[in-house]
Structure formats: C-alpha cells, structure tokens
Design a protein around this ligand. Structure first.
Ligand SMILES: Nc1ncnc2c1ncn2[C@@H]1O[C@H](COP(=O)(O)OP(=O)(O)OP(=O)(O)O)[C@@H](O)[C@H]1O
Ligand SMILES: [Mg+2]
Length: 366
C-alpha cells in the first residue's frame, strides 16, 4: 500500500500545500521546525484518526484559522482510496472516504495502513505500560474493526464501572456490578484474545528482526503480562471470576484494578528483562525490531505492506542500525523525515527528496 497524494490546508504550519509521493523511498528534509513532522503526522492521521502529538484534534488547525483539512489518496492492491478529514475549532471533525461522509471514526480505520515510528516510539520498551497498550491498540485497530469497536465499548463500560465503584452505597454497587461486568468481560475477552493472537504472531518475527539488528548476539522474547489465555469466552469467564475476587479491593481503590486496561508486554533479551537490564541502545533496537515486525503482520494479514512513516528516527540510531532499517524498507513505501540525507546510509539514488521550508515545499527531486 502506498500514499500517492497529500494535501494540507491550514494544517499546523501549512497554509496550502500539495505533496506527491512515490512508491518506494521518500525523504522529507529541512531545518528544525519547518514542518517535516507535521506532514508525517497528517499522513498518520489519515490512517488512524489519531495524532501522536496532539491530545486535542483542534490543535492541528493553523493558528488564527477556523478550520483545517487533510486530504490524501492511496493505492492498494484493491484500487485507489481517497480519505479527507476536516477539523473544526470546536473539536468536531468530518471524515470522508472516497468523497462520502462517514459518521464513525472506525470507518476511517483500515483504509490506509501505516506503521509510525518516531523518537518517542523508540522508547516503547522503557516507557509506561500505557504506551505499550497504545501500540497494541493502534496496530490492532488498523487491522480489525471488531477490535476497535470492542475497545471503544470496553472503555465506556469501564468508566461507568469506575464511577459506580465510587458510590457510597456498597449494596447498590453489589447489586449493579454484575450487570456491568457481564458486558465488560465480553468486550475484554475480544480485546485480550486479539492481543494474544497478535503477540503470538509478532514475537517470532520480532525475534528474527532483532537477531538481524544485533548480529545474531541477542535473542528477543516477548510475552503479554495479562495472564489470560484461550478463547474469547474462556478469557471473559476467567476475568469475571477474578473481578469477583477483586471486588473489595476495587471498592477501596475506587477503580477497576484488573483487565485489559492494565495489560503490559514484557521483553527479554537472552532471558533478561530489557526494561530493567537493557541499555538504551538495546531498548531502542528492541523497539525497532517490533516496528519492523509489525509491518510484517500487516503483510501477513492483507498481502501488502503498510506505509512506513519514519519520523526523525535515523538520527536516533547508530549507522549499522540505520543501514539495516534502510534495507528493511527497500521494497515498501517509506516516508522518512530527517534534517539531512546521509549518503553513507541512503545508498539508493532512487528516492523522492522533498525539501520543506517554513510550511512549504521548497524543492522536489525524484
Ligand atoms: N497549530 C499550529 N499552527 C501553526 N503552526 C504550528 C501549529 N502547530 C505547530 N506549528 C509549528 O510547526 C513547527 C514545527 O513543525 P514540525 O514539528 O513539523 O518541525 P520539523 O520540521 O519536524 O522540525 P524538527 O527537525 O525539529 O523535528 C513549529 O514551528 C510550530 O510552531
Ligand atoms: Mg520533527
């Protein structure tokens, strides 16, 4: 899958700019604060409806403007798809797929696939469990609408359950909770089962990528810490039982102490916990291995690779790893952002070089 066209209208520091990309290597260069990451963010938004840097959508609207728009076209083995998102100052959005307005963000997901990588994603291993759950959620939501909708419902029920746990009347809680828990566990079963399947698929590929990146010296293993296995129904049943056991504790805490919202992934290198014992470089290499493996899981499911959006990651890796990364994305579409092209790393002459200057394209060389 590859993106062919992008148009940004009052998006971040762009007023009105069109981009065309090639299927292969694209490199956006420019000095700091010119708009390279902004362009990468826009592409990722078209894929997921999610911005890795804005916690409020309206922040992407160019200062002083009322609305913003991202428009993109991508080519997949099934044909062309066009996606557009309008942003409004009141935080509302409108989404159009092939010109037709859709009402749910879930409709945006899965039209254009991408793997997003930036310096903060490089910290996937050392940062909080929430970041690792976000990785699972974004990857799985792009692949499976049933996952995305189960997650939406789960979060809603969870927040209602947490409100109820704060209720002073304990007997009311005791009466009402089983109704919530039935629904909560049903959605949790779907989420955990799909996460388990994903990690089972991802782990051996990540191990292989990591072996390549560490010249065969390190064996990467990863596993979920949720402790729930089996079918959706098995997981739902086991969690329901555990929620009963955790009841008193949850009342004391005023929130739900177990479930997929508390999941984590554990990584080991040659048997040692990477978070505890790994060097920064090792932790980054693990994150890179996982991202490269993630791309393979898209291929396994859809028969084509996602767009690899690589925002400012080259500068964070050493030369050998930069070279492995370049080699790994040789046969897919990639969009790199970097301050300059290092010819000792980028060997190919065949790439689209877009120079960004103050929210505009200064030059394009194909
Ligand atoms: N809503 C907005 N309206 C106008 N300008 C914005 C908005 N949001 C961000 N910017 C501007 O965009 C610029 C940053 O762009 P971006 O992060 O894409 O830079 P970059 O080229 O990736 O730089 P670096 O090399 O440092 O990563 C900043 O100057 C910032 O002020
Ligand atoms: Mg940047």
């Amino acid at each position: 899958m590859y993106i062919t066209y992008l148009k940004l209208k009052n998006f971040r520091n762009y007023s009105d700019q069109e981009f065309t990309f090639k299927n292969g290597l694209n490199i956006l260069t420019g000095a700091n604060a010119q708009g390279k990451t902004n362009a990468a963010e826009a592409i990722f938004f078209l894929c997921t409806g999610y911005s890795p840097r804005a916690n409020r959508d309206k922040l992407v609207i160019k200062n002083g403007e009322e609305t913003a728009r991202i428009e993109g076209r991508a080519q997949s083995r099934y044909g062309e798809v066009s996606v557009a998102v309008n942003f409004y100052k009141n935080d509302n959005k409108e989404i159009f797929i092939n010109g037709i307005k859709v009402l749910k963000i879930g409709e945006l997901l899965g039209n254009i696939h991408s793997v997003f990588f930036n310096p903060s994603e490089l910290k996937l291993v050392q940062e909080s469990p929430e970041d690792r759950r976000r990785f699972l959620n974004i990857s799985l939501s792009q692949k499976s609408k049933s996952y995305f909708y189960a997650l939406q419902r789960y979060n809603k029920i969870l927040s209602q359950r947490n409100n109820l746990l704060k209720e002073p009347n304990v007997s009311l809680i005791r009466e009402t909770l089983p109704i919530w828990d039935e629904q909560l566990c049903k959605e949790a079963g779907k989420i955990i089962a799909q996460r388990n399947d994903f990690l089972k698929e991802l782990a051996p590929i990540a191990e292989q990528k990591h072996s390549l990146l560490s010249s065969g010296k390190e064996i990467l293993k990863m596993k979920t810490e949720s402790g729930y296995f089996g079918s959706e129904q098995d997981i739902a049943y086991a969690l329901k039982e555990d929620l009963k056991t955790a009841f008193e504790k949850d009342i004391k805490l005023g929130f739900t102490s177990i479930g997929p919202h508390r999941d984590d992934i554990k990584f080991t290198l040659n048997g040692d916990d990477v978070r505890v014992f790994g060097s920064q470089g090792q932790q980054r290499t693990v994150a890179l291995s996982i991202k490269l493996a993630e791309a393979e899981t898209f291929y396994n499911r859809f028969g084509e690779y996602p767009i690899m959006i690589m925002d400012d990651v080259l500068s964070e890796l050493d030369k050998p790893r930069q070279r492995v990364l370049m080699k790994s994305v040789e046969n897919v579409q990639s969009i790199f952002t970097t301050t300059h092209v290092d010819r000792t790393v980028v060997k190919s002459k065949d790439f689209c070089h877009i120079v960004i200057d103050n929210g505009r394209i200064k030059s394009v060389k194909n």
